[in-house]
Design a protein around this ligand. Structure first.
Ligand SMILES: Cc1cc2nc3c(=O)[nH]c(=O)nc-3n(C[C@H](O)[C@H](O)[C@H](O)COP(=O)(O)OP(=O)(O)OC[C@H]3O[C@@H](n4cnc5c(N)ncnc54)[C@H](O)[C@@H]3O)c2cc1C
Length: 396
């Protein structure tokens, strides 16, 4: 079967893939018939929708200027607001920083998809192998088809969900254990038994615990660390030169990795979610357990023990985030092995300032972390990545 030929293939139709495609079409003059977005989901942004719905989050953690269209003020004007967020209908933004509601953000995403005709560019399939020539890539798809492209951008998001060993063991014994970000699973509290344990101490754990604290469930939140309040998941200085200058000047990639780890407020809560959770704990709607836990399962259910105190639950919901190892699985592992692509000691790609890993391969999201720093995975990271990649698009 002969391969279809394209200028650009964006692998991944999530936040990063969609924004990058918008920028390539509108800022780099890429023709719509020369670019495609590859994603196995039936719709673009499916994994974002599912994850935000599953947590029950109501507002984004990031400000209104971080969205998928080109003009940073586009989301505010879409909502009928001025640059300070004033003028919009009540409930569309949370302060501080005019953080958009999930519903508003979703509507704006759909407008962006419609305005740029992105659904027509979506190929519903999955990349299974990538072969590289000196100036092109041959992308093999799970369906058996293949695409020959001048440039492929890897926008495949983060790695697999993180499962503690005890949770896997309980699931293997037949107990109900699920990760809140499990692929293809929609979380419906009314289909869950009464006594539910939520595992984790960060924003998603708090939001899920609050979602289940609906009067129908007995909710137990198990956290290994104290609840930590932080507005963003890394300080806003990482969005611009304030912190990024030193990062970019640092040549040692192990040091850059250490800077990223230190900068990330992993497992933290923005003040509004912190307040809401504290109030629910005080009201007895969420029972909070602090410390390392031990788990055991029996015919009667699951026993979770912290500091010698045992709690019986019927089901466990993990809000333990994602594995931190390099994402991309076999696809990326074999790409590196077959073509000797450079990686740092942490396993992540070493790319140039245009996020090029090879003349025909570019990266965004987590894979661009050693160049874009701690915000790389976020919406603003998608915007920064697009700025770097669009320059390549302009050169044809
Ligand atoms: C609950 C939650 C809330 C968040 N809130 C915010 C926030 O408020 N602000 C912020 O800035 N960031 C936030 N983030 C972080 C980040 O913006 C999101 O995780 C975002 O979805 C990342 O986008 P992505 O495109 O990198 O990955 P994803 O959204 O995961 O998309 C990756 C896509 O790649 C596809 N894919 C994977 N492998 C292949 C393959 N081999 N072939 C084809 N397609 C493939 C997948 O199907 C998927 O659709 C949040 C994250 C979570 C989980």
């Amino acid at each position: 079967m002969s391969a279809t030929t394209l200028d650009w293939l964006v692998v991944g139709g999530g936040i990063h893939g969609v924004h990058l495609t918008v920028q390539l079409l509108s800022q780099a003059g890429v023709e719509a018939d020369r670019i495609r977005i590859l994603d196995p989901a039936p719709r673009l942004l499916e994994s974002w929708r599912r994850r935000s719905r599953n947590t029950g989050m109501r507002f984004l953690r990031s400000p209104a200027v971080h969205h998928l269209d080109v003009d940073p003020w586009g989301l505010l004007s879409f909502a009928g607001a001025n640059r300070r967020g004033r003028g919009a209908a009540k409930g569309l933004f949370a302060s501080p920083y005019e953080r958009p509601s999930v519903a508003l953000f979703a509507k704006h995403c759909q407008k962006v998809i419609d305005d740029y005709g992105l659904s027509k560019l979506h190929i519903q399939d999955k990349a299974s192998k990538i072969e590289l020539g000196c100036d092109h890539a041959l992308v093999h798809l799970e369906s058996g088809a293949s695409l020959q492209v001048n440039r492929v951008v890897l926008a495949m998001g983060g790695g697999p969900t993180r499962w503690p060993a005890w949770a896997r063991a309980l699931k293997e014994q037949g107990h109900r254990v699920q990760h809140v970000f499990e692929a293809n699973s929609v979380l419906r509290p009314n289909s869950w038994p009464k006594r539910v344990a939520v595992i984790g101490g960060g924003i998603s754990a708090a939001q899920v615990a609050l979602r289940f604290a609906d009067g129908e469930h007995e909710v137990h939140l198990f956290s290994r660390h104290e609840l930590e309040k932080q507005q963003f998941d890394s300080d806003s200085g990482w969005v611009g030169p304030k912190n990024m200058r030193r990062f970019t000047e640092t040549q040692d990639l192990a040091e850059r990795r250490a800077m990223i780890q230190k900068a990330r407020h992993t497992g933290s809560l923005p003040p509004d979610v912190y307040r809401e959770l504290r109030a629910a704990i005080r009201a007895g709607k969420v029972h909070w357990h602090l410390g390392e836990l031990q788990a055991s399962g029996s015919e009667d259910g699951i026993a979770l023990t912290v500091n010698g105190h045992s709690t019986g639950v019927d089901a466990v919901l993990l809000a333990t985030g994602f594995e931190s190892a390099r994402p991309g699985g076999d696809l990326i592992d074999s790409l590196i092995e077959d073509h000797a692509l450079p990686c740092a000691a942490c396993g992540y790609p070493v790319v140039n300032s245009h996020l090029q890993w090879h003349p025909a391969v570019l990266v965004t999201g987590p894979l661009a972390e050693l160049t874009l720093g701690p915000v790389s995975r976020n919406i603003v990271g998608a915007r920064r990545a697009a700025e770097c990649i669009v320059a390549v698009g302009r050169t044809g």
